[in-house]
Design a protein around this ligand. Structure first.
Ligand SMILES: Nc1ncnc2c1ncn2[C@@H]1O[C@H](COP(=O)(O)OP(=O)(O)OP(=O)(O)O)[C@@H](O)[C@H]1O
Ligand SMILES: [Mg+2]
Length: 295
């Protein structure tokens, strides 16, 4: 049953196998990225339970949910960092395999992982160019460090990050600075989709605003931005749409202009139930229903 007043309610089961749902911002050609029925077990824990998700080009989609709802797992599955047990991923309506971050990159996908995935003993400039080094002379793999530094300094300045020394190992940076390095890297290279898993969690007020500005800028370049955040005012300020995960399952979608913090929190906690069949009662879902993989 649809109990939420205004939001677009997810019809998880109804839409199974059907055409792409009417996602805002993607009316013309369907979502840029879509997950259908993704499931993922970690041992006996069902982290994703036939989760659906979609993100449209040129819009910011916030992915929200309580701790443990499966947000990071979903992002990892969609960015090639892990393989879902079952389900389908579509880019521009076409099913794709997403078996490695490299494969994701080929689809123009960049990710700021919650754990940042930086190389701690390399400096910020080298981290920014990880896998995309600039060489003086490629056959001999002679790095053009000054060029890498220059572009790193530019990228950080863009984010309002002042690094005293872009040549210092990343492990010597503060948590916020490290987060900024990860954000700068993703923003610099994303050409289609960027996932940001709590990119502002460790940031001070000024840098948080810079990151949000960057998110808007990237969005205005036509890129699909997927933002994970626990900060509801931030979500409503920057996102065009919101998708809610609960116990590994998408349970609601909202247009942010129509949504309130109370509604978002209600959907996250299950206080507002958006559909009868998404298993609010299935609580520790999956335990009983987990199956269907095995391969
Ligand atoms: N590597 C892992 N091994 C075992 N269980 C895991 C692993 N990663 C995640 N889980 C479990 O999967 C579930 C979903 O975790 P996930 O990290 O995706 O949640 P999340 O929504 O990102 O939470 P948070 O808001 O705390 O970051 C949790 O129950 C978690 O304990
Ligand atoms: Mg997480």
């Amino acid at each position: 049953m649809k109990l939420l007043p205004t939001p677009t309610v997810d019809e998880d089961r109804a839409e199974r196998g059907g055409p792409v749902p009417d996602d805002p911002g993607s009316e013309r050609s369907g979502p840029l990225l879509e997950a259908r029925e993704l499931s993922k077990h970690y041992g006996s824990v069902l982290a994703l339970d036939r989760a659906n998700f979609s993100a449209g080009e040129g819009e910011v989609t916030a992915l929200i949910g309580d701790n443990g709802a499966g947000k990071s797992t979903l992002v990892k599955a969609l960015s090639g960092a892990l393989r879902a047990d079952s389900g389908q991923i579509l880019v521009s309506g076409r099913p794709v395999s997403m078996n490695s971050p490299l494969e994701a990159r080929k689809h123009g996908i960049e990710t700021v992982y919650q754990d940042l995935a930086l190389a701690p003993d390399l400096d910020a400039a080298a981290n920014l160019h990880l896998g995309r080094e600039i060489y003086w002379f490629k056959p001999l793999r002679i790095l053009n460090k000054p060029a890498m530094r220059r572009s790193a300094v530019r990228a950080f300045a863009d984010l309002g990050v002042e690094l005293k020394d872009v040549g210092a190992p990343v492990m010597t940076l503060s948590g916020g600075q490290r987060q900024s390095v990860a954000v700068a890297r993703a923003v610099s290279y994303a050409s289609k989709i960027i996932f940001m898993d709590e990119p502002t969690a460790a940031l001070g007020v000024v840098q948080r605003e810079r990151v949000l500005d960057n998110i808007r800028r990237v969005r205005d370049r036509g890129i699909a931005v997927v933002l994970i955040s626990h900060n509801m005012p931030e979500v409503l300020a920057v996102a065009d749409r919101v998708e809610v995960l609960r116990m590994g399952r998408r349970v609601a979608r909202f247009r942010s202009s129509d949504a309130t913090v109370e509604q978002l929190v209600g959907a996250m906690t299950g206080a507002l139930t958006t559909e009868s069949d998404s298993g609010p009662g299935s609580g520790t879902a999956g335990a009983g229903e987990a199956e269907g993989d095995g391969q």
